[in-house]
Design a protein around this ligand. Structure first.
Ligand code: DGL
Length: 278
């Protein structure tokens, strides 16, 4: 990408955000995108608020240095633990005209429209669950349509995806036991939010162990892409600062060869990455 380009930044602790980037590129192919995976420090889901905030701010600052005017935290854990502080405390100080968005609010708005009986389930990392972001945001933004939100922390799911062992007995065991525990807490759940951008990679296993075919499963990629498109239409002042030459750039804090091989599995096409330090 030319040095004076202004790509949209997409950040995740590892590979999970690639499930979101893939949908961004499909819906908004002309825009420039830069992806940053903090693979060296993944997972974030078991880390404290302070550490997730510190790591996320480092990543956002780096993406601003790369020319981004808009950054999407394609990571629920970072959205839950760092987004608000960055928006309210850091942005006015370091970059008042730049914007950082998350993935929780778009998912909440979608499920509020989708649920029929108001019983929503959320599977997410321990950090996202402990933050209570989903129950709080669902209460705030569902207009009373969501009556009960039940959460289940799934601390093994991200390591399973990061280690590329999704199609194994071990992976099935953890998916089954977490879903069993969730639906035992509320058997009436009719809509299930995959509240972690890594989880779509486990969709086959998740479908197998969701107790009824009537349960709607909400994957975030397409929803967040649609909301980003609407956001850019509503905010021409931000949109005009996003360059559109279909440029793609990938940064990782881990080994480049490893990242390139895994990213190709997520995206379905080969990419070239660059190693950085945060
Ligand atoms: N993809 C991140 C999320 O959506 C994974 C978090 C982690 O690194 O544990 O929460």
């Amino acid at each position: 990408m030319p040095a004076n380009d202004h790509p949209i930044g997409v950040f995740d602790s590892g590979y999970g955000g690639l499930t979101v980037l893939k949908e961004f590129v499909a819906l908004l192919p002309e825009y420039d995108f830069i992806y940053l995976g903090d693979n060296a420090r993944t997972p974030y889901g078991t880390r404290s608020f302070d550490v997730v905030y510190e790591y996320t701010l480092e990543a956002v600052t780096r993406l601003f240095d790369e020319g981004c005017h808009l950054v999407v935290l394609a990571c629920n854990t970072a959205s839950a633990k760092a987004l608000r502080t960055i928006q309210q405390r850091d942005l006015p100080r370091i970059a008042p005209h730049k914007r950082v968005l998350g993935v929780i609010r778009p998912s909440v708005e979608e499920v509020a429209e989708m649920t029929k009986n108001g019983h929503v389930g959320v599977v997410a990392t321990s950090g996202t669950v402990a933050s209570e972001s989903y129950p709080i945001e669902l209460e705030k933004w569902s207009g009373g349509r969501v009556k009960q939100t039940t959460q289940e922390a799934c601390p093994m799911w991200v390591p399973i995806v990061e280690s590329n062992v999704m199609d194994t007995d071990g992976a099935n065991f953890f998916v089954q036991s977490n879903l069993c525990s969730l639906f035992k807490k509320d058997p009436l759940i009719d809509s299930l939010i995959l509240g972690c951008t890594h989880y779509p990679l486990l969709i086959d296993s998740i479908r197998k162990y969701v107790p009824s075919e009537g349960v709607r499963i909400i994957e975030q990629g397409k929803i967040v892409a649609r909301k980003l498109q609407e956001y850019l239409q509503r905010h021409p002042e931000i949109d005009e600062n996003c360059t559109k030459t279909s440029g793609r750039k990938f940064l990782t804090t881990e080994d480049v060869c490893f990242f390139e091989a895994r990213a190709e599995q997520f995206l379905g096409y080969p990419i070239q990455a660059e190693k950085i330090e945060l």
